[in-house]
Design a protein around this ligand. Sequence first.
Ligand code: F6R
Length: 608
Amino acid sequence: MCGIVGYFGLREAAPLLIDGLQKLEYRGYDSAGVAISNEEGIKVSKCKGRLANLESKLIETPLKGNVGIGHTRWATHGEPSDVNSHPHSNSKISISVVHNGIIENYLKLREWLISKGYEFLSETDTEVIPNLIDYYYEGNLIEAVMKAVSSMEGSYAIGVICSKEPDKLVAVRKDSPLIVGLGKNESFIASDIPAVLNHTRDIYLLEDKEFVVLTQQGVTLLNEMGEEITKEPYHVTWNADAAEKGGYEDFMLKEIHEQPKAIKDTMASRISLDHDIILDKITITKENLKEIDRIFMVACGTAYHAAVVGKYAIEKLAKIPVEVDIASEFRYREPLITEKSLVIVVSQSGETADTLAVLRDSKKKGARVIAVTNVVGSSVSREADDVLYTWAGPEIAVASTKAYVTQLIAMYIIALHFAALKESLSSEEIYDIKKAMLELPTLAEETLENKDVLQKFADQTYMERDMFFLGRGLDYAVSMEGSLKLKEISYIHSEAYAGGELKHGPIALIEKGTVVIACVTQSYLADKMVSNIKEVVTRGAKVIAIALEGNTDIEKSVDSVIYLPKTLDILTPVLSVIPLQLIAYYVAKQKACDVDKPRNLAKSVTVE
Ligand code: F6R
């Protein structure tokens, strides 16, 4: 995600900020910028693209000063562009801010600030922050920042400089990481430790709502009441390589653990119990929807598996018929697309060749196209009629994990939005689903705690040549994703079957010791799945089940069970995929595979 660096000291700030931002490049970004303060005021330099572009700009027009903030931006609100890059400032450029996170109530704040005479240049949520601070500023920067953040909802790590107090850098965090580097006669802020490791190994790890003020006298920490607090510095003993992975062994494991936050971010500002679903870039109206006779959902790989869940969700909640297909098949099978079709393409990267081709063909045939993508400004986002961004942040491991769960959330959001437009669900039913969705980040955290059984399962099975995944309904959709994860990172052959299909062929493969992973989270299909499990157990299969808490009966039929916290049947894929990702991960680690870069695979498939 975005990277923040701030410097206060005796050295020139600009090169130090660039150096720190380079250490955060692994987080992914599409634009970069710095703001430097000196006696003459604040000067900002920022641009779209790589850090090298910013460096060239700074060579042409150097910014001098010993206090500054820098940022690498991964676009969420607004395209990657010079104007949307951070730092953002008030119109007098007396206050500049870098920000990571999402300000959920930014639209409200923006309207309110406009009514007070403030002007906005960018499409970002961040731009409200310097203007809010300006509004509250009465000669004391820290007080103004405290007042501003008390009106902000959402997640943030921010660094602030002010031309009226050039001897100060103020920062604060909530639900977004921020650390303080303690150097000799200098100090730093950063969103991650690698950014400061060239200069210091002593850091403060800020907690939510803790403020920090960097001055010539040193570093002052304050709580949300403005009272000074003390903290033990943390001495970093690991190297920058390990730090990039946030203490996890691999990016994949880190990204699996980022899922609760990714789920929360993707719902942020869109789903709330107080208001209807807000979809910034989907403008389909009730009338448009009435004219649509069929939805096609098209994608590749993991994104296709999310689309399969989308089909279930849209048909069940919005009662619109949905066809789901793999993009490479769909584009050559002469699908019956007309002006009455709605095509939803799902793509993490937004650049997958087959998916993009489907989008273009569909538009030529007069269909309306919605893109669900994780990359702002990607080809599908530019070419589609409507866009729903998943806010998973950059995914570095080749095997998709957090992008998949956020695609699922996007599917539910679209299904609920259509259900509301079509009035196929009552407002009480929509309320109940939204309520259950808002619980998912916490339930995903709980699901991640279940690692010991999964690790043990991996220890016992990593030498297998084949594994089978079984499920019915949405459990079948998730089984396909679990099977793909296992084969792509552990190179173990695996297949996912719909429980009811077993008898039609695949059961011939089951013999003594065959490993079967059975998903049994759909209450209305549980009995049928238990029958399928019995069919394989009778033939000697070793079965691990993924079931919902309370379904202890399942223990009688299988060798081990992973329990998931209870949620609505329709939402279980968001949780049930987590143990499947972890099984794939632990099996691959046991086999000493490179989980982040599996053989023969690329992160973005831009050729056919
Ligand atoms: C598997 C995986 C791939 C992608 C597929 C589509 O872990 O990541 O199957 O899902 O290549 O990519 P996007 O979503 O970028 O279109």
